[in-house]
Design a protein around this ligand. Structure first.
Ligand SMILES: *Cc1c(COP(=O)(O)O)cnc(C)c1O
Length: 358
């Protein structure tokens, strides 16, 4: 069996030990005589799976006690609507920082529920940087940011200071890849399929005082308070995805935690950016300071060569390097589960491809 290096932006690679463990436990989870997929979500054995996953995530991210951890569905995209439905309710106003495609989607949904003030935007520069000055409104119910811009390949180097206004972050593509002080946020959300586990699970970390402020006509499934009260078991949760996420959390712990992974992620990104910086063949569009450590975006001199690059890389077991359909070019997503060897192999391929096609 030959495993490839999968540079997909999501769903993306999972650590091999996690897949092996899941395979081992597939038919008979710890003597239950069934797989986790077949279990009642109300059973004791399943309860312990959710509890362990939550405990591990709390430990890894050092989540303070006054925060709830929710395991929901609907992807990060559902949070684009759920956040305003639950938090934009006092002044019906929120500040959004527009740093890319996913920020724009969040903004579009928020506009359905109130006034959106764009406190800053890098749209005029094709999202090549992260703004550092903001035009915050005094009466915003929250400020929304996208900590890592998956499509464009940028990341916040410093978080905006929003004072008493809760900071809400879409952390889908860099959660658990670098250390964050959770207490700086009112709410963090992330679709699982980049750095956490299988698609179908969305993690929400919310400060308790922000729970229960939803619009009166919010459907049950979209209310944070009900999910918090029922400990993520309001309805049938994405049981198997939560189980695999728990295995990933365990794996992160075994790697030495988020701090250790951050160090490796910095190294991994440097390997690729060094190749790009040493080259007059490849082009990057993102300002160096704001370069993502998770999604490395670049181009060759032509669209045809971009396509050739992606095709030839695939033949060498380096897969899914095509840039997002909205921006084109090449994108290497190197989340936590991508080993250094995979990145090194890609760097070697890049150098060879440059020589052969210059
Ligand atoms: C992938 C991604 C999304 C969309 O996630 P879904 O789970 O597909 O809804 C939103 N925001 C960011 C930053 C992402 O990387």
């Amino acid at each position: 069996m030959a495993r490839v290096y999968n540079f997909s932006a999501g769903p993306s690679m999972l650590p091999e030990p996690v897949l092996k463990k899941a395979a081992e436990e597939m038919l008979d989870y710890k003597g239950a005589g069934m797989s986790v997929m077949e279990m009642s979500h109300r059973s004791k054995v399943y309860q312990s799976i959710v509890e362990q996953a939550e405990a591990l995530l709390r430990k890894l991210m050092n989540i303070p006690d006054n925060y709830e951890v929710l395991f929901l569905q609907g992807g990060a995209s559902m949070q684009f609507g759920m956040v305003p439905m639950n938090l934009m309710t006092k002044n019906r106003k929120a500040d959004y920082i527009n740093t890319g495609n996913f920020s724009e989607k969040a903004i579009a949904d928020a506009k359905l529920f109130g006034t959106v003030n764009i406190a800053a935007s890098s749209k005029e520069a094709n999202f090549a940087y992260i703004p550092e000055t903001f035009n915050f409104s005094k009466d915003a119910d929250y400020v929304h940011i996208t900590t890592n811009n998956t499509i464009e390949g940028t990341r916040y180097v410093t978080l905006p200071d929003t004072g008493d206004v809760p900071l809400v972050a879409d952390m889908s593509s860099n959660i658990l890849s670098e250390e964050y002080d959770v207490s700086k946020f009112g709410l963090i959300y992330a679709g699982a399929q980049k750095n956490i586990g299988p698609a179908g699970l969305t993690v929400v970390i919310i400060r308790r005082d922000l729970i229960g402020k939803h619009f009166e006509n919010t459907p049950a499934m979209l209310r944070y308070d009900l999910h918090a009260k029922e400990k993520s078991l309001y309805n049938t949760p994405p049981c198997y995805s939560i189980y695999v996420a728990g295995l990933v959390f365990q794996w992160i712990e075994e790697q030495g935690g988020v701090k250790a992974l951050e160090k490796i992620n910095v190294e991994k990104a440097k390997i690729l950016y060094d190749v790009l910086d040493d080259s007059d063949f490849y082009r990057t569009t993102v300002e160096k300071k704001y370069r993502s450590r998770m999604n490395v975006t670049f181009r060759t001199p032509s669209k045809e060569l971009d396509e050739k690059f992606v095709a030839e890389a695939a033949k060498e077991g380096l897969l899914s390097l095509k840039g997002h359909r909205s921006v084109g070019g090449i994108r290497a997503s190197i989340y936590n589960a991508m080993p250094v060897e995979g990145v090194q192999k890609l760097a070697d391929f890049m150098k060879r491809f440059e020589k052969e096609n210059k």
